[in-house]
Write a protein that binds this ligand. Structure first.
Ligand code: HPA
Length: 262
């Protein structure tokens, strides 16, 4: 894997000016690129020296125009379950923040733990559970980060307004990071719910920690692809996300193109 300096210099050669907004597209969220005007594309292999290895994750950084508005999009991400440390997984965030990104939208697929949630619900994240990053924290050193309000309140309200306007079913809840790659067992899921998590997934939290340390404004959107206590596999996760892809495109387009007006 490239070092931060290598990834920075490759980016500087390939992308002349960095938009202020970055969206990371998780499993199933990539359709928004189909309607975008692509200005530049750098594959993870070239940029980071490694590629994303999961079906549903392309692994590229794209500079695109959505409705005429320039944004940076990571289609795919690295995960700790692929064997990377949380510090490696968050290298793109550090490089992109240094290049000028000030606002991050993280998206993910997730499993619902809260019994009120249904497959197909969008979740505007209002908190993250970091307990399970205790042995592999992406913040190395005396970085005593305040976590009292990780997600930007105004941007959360904006996400809520977009969902309401388009009559998209949504929840507001907390996301728990789980290392994976195995899905949680029934008792894991019961335990995570008792601990306070509404949804669970295998990403997002490392990026959020680093982004907050670097003072980015962060929004998190998750999409419930399966319910916790029902058997499920990765194909079903992708199929559930595919079924809602037009809603995802609407939400992303509207969120990303109106964010800079704040
Ligand atoms: N658990 C963890 N990650 C996930 C899930 C799940 O149930 N669904 C989608 N990503």
């Amino acid at each position: 894997m490239h070092t931060e300096n290598q990834a920075t210099s490759i980016l500087q050669q390939r992308i002349k000016s960095m938009p202020s907004q970055l969206a990371i597209l998780g499993s199933g969220w990539s359709r928004v690129l189909e309607g975008a005007e692509i200005e530049a594309e750098v594959g993870f292999q070239e940029w980071l020296g490694v590629s994303a290895s999961v079906p549903g994750h392309d692994g590229k950084l794209v500079i695109a125009k959505l409705n005429g508005h320039r944004v940076a999009i990571m289609a795919g991400r690295l995960h700790t379950y692929e064997g990377y440390t949380a510090e490696q997984v968050t290298l793109p965030i550090r490089v992109l923040a240094a290049a000028g990104v000030t606002e991050l939208l993280v998206t993910a697929a997730c499993g619902g733990l809260n019994p009120e949630y249904q497959v197909g619900d969008f979740v505007i994240l209002n908190d993250v559970m970091t307990l399970f990053l205790a042995l592999d924290n992406p913040l190395v050193g005396p970085k005593f980060l305040d976590m009292s309000a990780v997600f930007d309140v105004e941007l959360r309200a904006k996400a809520k307004a977009i969902m309401t306007k388009h009559q998209i079913r949504f929840q507001e809840g907390s996301y728990c990071y789980y290392h994976g790659p195995n899905y949680e067992s029934p008792v894991d899921k019961r335990a995570l719910h008792i601990l306070g998590a509404d949804v669970v997934g295998m990403s997002t939290v490392p990026e959020v920690l680093v982004a907050r340390w670097l003072k980015l404004k962060v929004t998190g959107l998750a999409f419930v692809t399966n319910l916790a206590f029902v058997k499920h596999d990765h194909k079903e996760v992708l199929a559930a996300a595919e079924a809602a892809s037009s809603q995802m495109v609407t939400v992303l387009q509207e969120f990303l193109t109106s964010a800079s007006e704040n």
